[in-house]
Design a protein around this ligand. Structure first.
Ligand SMILES: [Mg+2]
Length: 257
């Protein structure tokens, strides 16, 4: 028996699309949510796109039309968290351009001068160099805050599993002996931000995702119901003996609104 939720948090890669491949059952489900006026928010650890860029990425190639209000990334949650707890502070940011752009628009000052760094913000960065890691390490040693968008260790690609944001975090943890504040799934900060954005309570919402260690654990850790889809990363066999999702479905055609 499926529960009727007032709203849904929905992961993207592996749930709504699979890399460059479409997941038609998910596309139909999103259309149904829109037709029935059920609130939903795409919740992704991927901080490499701004909301407008993610909206474009959904429209083409996947044909999913949503507004910017339907997007919440670990980058957006990081900006919200910094505004609440570190307003007016100067940041050293290791990331793709999207996060730096969002932090600048939120009014933060970005620096690469060691003496000016109040907080190190670390995310996935394709152009990462040793000097960035050195500066971040020294700043954290000097007492700077240490905030990480997401700790996904790998990034699936056509070439295989590339190192993700979490691999850089592991490097900085080893070099500093410090534990960062981690914003993305399975941690609670992105969940707090998402519910505030939706204006719903956690009991009224279910989290739909394909990855047990990020999506499903985010829900379990937070006390929110979860729906695991088998269209992406995790399989039934991979979660044997672990705390189970509230529901497991093959794909979103099996979920009735
Ligand atoms: Mg996923």
């Amino acid at each position: 028996m499926q529960k009727a939720y007032k709203g849904y948090l929905i992961d993207l890669d592996g749930t709504v699309y699979m890399g460059k491949n479409r997941i038609p059952t998910a596309e139909v489900f999103i259309e149904e949510l829109k037709c029935k006026g059920v609130p939903f928010l795409f919740l992704t650890n991927n901080a490499t796109r701004t909301a407008p860029e993610q909206v474009k990425h959904l429209a083409s190639p996947y044909g999913i039309t949503v507004g910017e209000k339907a997007i919440y990334t670990s980058g957006m949650a990081t900006v919200d968290y910094l505004l609440t707890h570190y307003a007016g502070q100067t940041l050293f940011v290791i990331s793709e351009p999207a996060l730096k752009e969002q932090l600048l628009s939120a009014g933060f000052t970005l620096t690469d001068q060691l003496a000016e760094i109040d907080v190190v913000v670390q995310s996935y960065c394709k152009t990462l160099i040793y000097e960035d890691l050195a500066k971040a390490t020294l700043a954290i040693h000097n007492g700077a805050g240490f905030i990480v968008t997401n700790e996904d260790s790998n990034l699936p690609s056509e070439r295989g599993m590339l190192p993700g944001s979490g691999a850089t975090t592991a490097y900085l943890k080893a070099a500093t002996g410090k534990e960062p504040i981690i914003i993305g799934k399975p941690h609670h900060i992105i969940m707090d931000g998402a519910l505030e954005k939706m204006g719903l309570l956690k009991e009224e919402v279910a989290l739909i995702g394909d990855n047990y260690t990020t999506d499903i654990l985010a829900g379990i850790n937070y006390g929110m119901d979860t729906i695991m889809v088998l269209t992406g990363f995790s399989s039934r066999e991979s979660i044997v003996g672990k705390e189970q999702p509230t529901y497991i479905i093959n794909d979103l055609s099996e979920w009735t609104l």
